[in-house]
Ligand binder design. Structure first.
Ligand code: FMN
Length: 393
């Protein structure tokens, strides 16, 4: 388990549990978006000043508590060296403010964004809702972000190590600006990627967020091919991955697996939030009084776990072991992480589970994965990926 606190020196996890535990156990109370914003403001300041003595001492303390270094967890995928397979999913650090310190929280990689070419405010608030009893969230943020040029400035200000020399791999997730018509989407993605390519270890084409009208239409293979081919023509293009929705039909998932192979994509990220209410149709949001069946937005967290796992299995069956997959959706324990990896995901990402469980979820997962490697007599996490090996208590 994650490091326990010593008398007189509370850990990050103690702090999180004590102060945020009561807030996170209720749907109402402190607004979910406001909570994330406050945390990001503090993390952003820490990242900018991470060389300052007091701040570096705190960050070193956090890193000592949350990082788990072990060569068996390392992988090289699409030209990037991942120190471990656990990443922060897109959407938490949309503007990249804490890009310089995600490694301190134990992550092997972090995905910034979604960023769009035009900065945009997103949908009206409230637009992020906790579903505490279900360890889930509903969001209809709508790609609120400061835009690609602002992200570039934010990253430059943090003086990140150059690509390949960073303690955590940094991906950037790209979306379409709301004002851009669908038939001009390729140029919109390309404009953002052109500006940010030098800073991205990998780039994600996000065609799966449910909160930008029409965006998911870009998941059909003709549109996706058009997008990928446009981005490939840029003077510099990092490894390209596509992030897909959990609500696709199985045949459409097979089509994406085929396209990934034909177009030589670096990987597929599965999955984004769901438009399906996954058994929670009648669950009411206290803030609006309406059932989820009538609320727009994407569902994330625990209820998404079974479908997210199915999609990884389907992709693996369609694409085989050569295509790296990133599994995301409902991962809230070491066992869920193991299950996703043995189903075919080389890497996994956390969002909702990390918020509810707190920062020690990352070391708990890493320790759990290492224990499973021992139990199965495997030498590295690569041997576990797609192996189908069961979790052993
Ligand atoms: C508040 C919130 C905002 C999100 N924003 C984005 C986003 O901007 N881009 C994206 O690709 N995914 C976004 N996601 C989706 C997550 O990256 C992830 O795919 C999804 O939440 C499933 O993982 P989880 O169950 O661990 O949360 C967002 C999720 C949440 C909860």
């Amino acid at each position: 388990m994650a490091q326990s606190s010593q008398a007189g020196s509370p850990t990050t996890s103690d702090f999180y549990r004590r102060w945020l535990g009561p807030v996170l156990s209720r749907d109402e109370g402190l607004d979910a978006e406001q909570l994330s914003r406050s945390a990001l403001t503090a993390l952003g300041q820490a990242s900018l000043r991470r060389g300052w003595p007091g701040i570096s001492t705190v960050l070193n303390g956090v890193a000592t508590e949350l990082q788990r270094r072990d060569l068996r967890l390392e992988q090289v995928l699409f030209g990037c060296r991942f120190s471990n397979p656990v990443g922060l999913a897109a959407g938490f650090d949309k503007n990249g403010v804490a890009a310089g310190i995600w490694d301190c929280f134990g992550f092997g990689f972090a995905e910034l964004g979604t960023v769009t070419w035009h900065g945009q405010p997103g949908n009206p608030r409230p637009r992020l809702f906790r579903l505490a009893a279900e360890q889930a969230a509903l969001n209809r943020m709508g790609f609120n972000n400061d835009g690609a040029k602002a992200l570039l400035k934010t990253l430059e200000r943090q003086r990140l190590a150059p690509s390949g020399k960073r303690p955590a791999v940094l991906g950037i997730n790209f979306g379409k600006s709301k004002v851009t018509p669908l038939d001009q989407a390729a140029d919109d993605y390309a404009a953002s990627l052109e500006v940010l390519a030098p800073l991205a270890d990998y780039a994600v084409i996000n065609v799966s967020s449910p909160n930008t009208p029409g965006l998911r239409d870009l998941q059909d293979t003709a549109h996706l091919r058009w997008l990928v081919e446009r981005l490939r023509r840029l003077p510099a293009c990092p490894p390209l991955l596509v992030k897909i929705a959990p609500d696709l039909e199985d045949e459409a998932i097979d089509g994406i697996a085929r396209l990934a192979f034909e177009e030589g994509l670096a990987g597929v990220i599965a999955v984004n939030t769901s438009l399906d209410r996954l058994g929670l149709e009648q669950r009411r949001l206290p803030q609006t009084g309406r059932p989820l069946a009538e609320e727009p937005g994407g569902l994330s967290g625990c209820p998404l776990k079974p479908r997210a796992l199915e999609v990884i299995r389907r992709l693996r069956a369609g694409a085989g072991p050569a295509l790296p997959l990133i599994g995301v959706g409902g991962i809230d324990s070491a066992e869920a992480a193991w299950e996703r990896m043995v189903a075919g995901a080389s890497l996994i990402q956390l969002y909702t589970g990390w918020i509810f469980q707190g920062p020690d979820l990352v070391p708990a997962i890493l320790e759990g994965l290492l224990l499973q490697l021992d139990r199965h007599g495997l030498r590295s996490i690569t041997e576990a990926v797609g192996s189908g090996l069961p979790w052993q208590d």
